[in-house]
Design a protein around this ligand. Structure first.
Ligand code: FAD
Length: 474
């Protein structure tokens, strides 16, 4: 007999609701707790998970396995080639282990909900109880409340009473193989070295980053969060996305910091940071309430008939950071180099693709998922919806970012541009924001930097007309 926890996007031991409940159940019943993670190459492909994200997950699993083994809890890992076989395989494993209960945290995307429903049905037929719990958000979808601090759940650190039993009966599960890579998702050696150094995996790293951010930077977040040249944000998105950090723990840490007397812990910064973390919850709530956004549909149905461009040369220029708009190009190169992009720049490049180039925002959404380490369906879709004006944001489509003004406002000295676009490194002063129009064209050209692929003023008018026509048609 055993109780099982199924890990998905909750790769941590601390403050993990389903894992916590599973451990309590096992303790009460006096049976071992087994944990499992099923690697699904087909799921990674279907959901466009970036290779850097897959690599992060596999590295995290190794750390998680060591941590759990210290508590005498095995983490069993198995690759299930076809996603449709996952429920069947879970049922088989549960039977093999003689397990009576399965615990797991809920994922809100449509495919995942369907999979979970199948698991529940299949296991019910075998009299196995399944508990699917809300864990990913600070405030679970459907329940809005304010004021109280989120409760943080510690997995009991003492070894389970029946630890010896777990070792004896399920000893072989401690040694299941965690793959080094997954089909079509492997990183080249150079990339792997660079990206692993940038993004150490696991929940200890998440905690370290959270503590350092709360100690030194959170108090100034409101002033610095929009400046891409500065390390003004937390860089915790991959940890929140893969569940190596719980959103409750993050908010709790910020609130604790808010109570400190340290003048560095400015409340203005802390409050703004908490409100940004709330956007993550918000977009998940949107997904739960309007699941059709998972099916390539805009949130606003009246925006379904816009005539998008599918100009390949323009799209490639955007992907490669060769549009001739320095801020856009710096941002796209940051994404390719780091697997991450600053939030301000995500808005700028998304607006540029969908409005200046009139390219179907879904192509950008897809490209982001394929390259971001923190790619998360709800937040990414929400961000693209906001930028392309097809999402929940009540602002109409007239908001069109001017990429040059954005650059002058948020990267005044041009440090971010010079860092990511070496062709513009030697350009002094404000010419870096618009080299061809400000007398630095010869140097830019010599260094191989392209001229702007569109005229922003003309592109803006074109976008306004196309949106208007699309809505009238819609
Ligand atoms: P911080 O500024 O330190 O914020 C803390 C946390 O709050 C973030 O880690 C994130 O979990 C959450 N958060 C902050 N801003 C937002 C936001 N606008 N929407 C949702 N959550 C937010 N975020 C993702 O996690 N995954 C994505 O795939 C993603 N795609 C995006 C696409 C576009 C077009 C846009 C405009 C935004 C996208 N975001 C996405 C939101 C945001 O850009 C990132 O969460 C943020 O840049 C991550 O950096 P950070 O951890 O330093 O953030």
């Amino acid at each position: 007999n055993a109780v099982v926890h199924w890990f998905k996007m909750d790769l941590r031991t601390v403050d993990n609701r389903a894992l916590f409940c599973a451990s309590q159940k096992a303790r009460e019943a006096g049976v071992p707790l087994i944990t499992m993670y099923l690697v699904s190459p087909q799921d990674f492909e279907a959901h466009l998970v970036a290779p850097i994200r897959v690599d992060f997950t596999l590295r995290t699993l190794r750390i998680l396995r060591e941590d759990l083994a210290k508590l005498n809890i095995p983490l069993y890992v198995e690759t299930v080639e076809e996603r449709k076989h996952i429920p069947v395989r879970i049922a088989e494993l549960m039977e093999t282990w003689g397990a009576s209960h399965l615990y797991t945290n809920m994922e809100y995307e449509v495919d995942e909900l369907r999979r979970e429903a199948k698991v529940v049905r299949m296991l019910a037929e075998k009299d196995i109880c399944v508990e699917v719990m809300h864990d990913a958000c600070v405030v679970p979808p459907g329940r809005l409340c304010s004021g109280s601090d989120p409760e943080v759940l510690e997995l009991c650190a003492q070894p389970l009473r029946n630890a010896e039993l777990a070792r004896r009966v399920f000893g072989q599960l401690f040694n299941s193989e965690i793959p080094m890579t997954v089909r079509n998702k492997n990183l080249a050696d150079e990339e792997a070295g660079r990206l692993r150094a940038l993004w150490p995996a696991g929940e200890h790293e998440a905690k370290k980053r959270l503590d350092a951010f709360c100690e030194h930077r959170i108090g100034h977040y409101d002033r610095k969060r929009n400046l891409p040249a500065e390390a003004g944000t937390s860089s915790l998105s991959i940890h929140l996305a893969s569940g190596t950090l719980s959103a409750r723990t993050a908010v709790r840490a910020a609130k604790d910091r808010n109570r400190s007397k340290d003048p560095n812990a400015r409340s203005e910064g802390i409050q703004v940071w908490i409100s940004e973390v709330a956007w993550r919850d918000f977009y998940k709530h949107v997904l739960v309430n309007w699941p059709y956004i998972c099916m390539n549909k805009p949130f606003k149905p009246e925006y379904s008939n816009i005539s998008w461009s599918y100009d390949k040369a323009h799209f490639v220029a955007w992907c490669e950071g060769r549009t001739g708009f320095p801020m856009v190009d710096a941002a796209m190169r940051q994404l390719r180099e780091m697997g991450w992009m600053h939030n301000r720049c995500r808005m700028v490049v998304a607006s540029f693709l969908s409005k200046d180039l009139m390219i179907d925002w879904r192509m950008g959404e897809r490209f982001f998922m394929e390259h971001l380490i923190d790619g998360d369906f709800a937040s990414n879709n929400g961000g693209w919806g906001f930028s392309a004006s097809v999402g929940v944001d009540p602002q109409p489509y007239f908001r069109i970012f001017n990429p040059t003004l954005q650059s002058e406002r948020f990267d005044k000295a041009g440090d971010y541009i010079r860092k990511w676009v070496p062709e513009l490194c030697g350009i002094k002063g404000s010419a870096v924001h618009e080299p061809y129009a400000r007398g630095a064209g010869a140097l830019a050209k010599k260094n191989g930097y392209p001229e702007p692929i569109v005229n922003h003023r003309v592109a803006r008018e074109r976008a306004l007309a196309a949106y208007k026509k699309g809505i009238e048609r819609g």
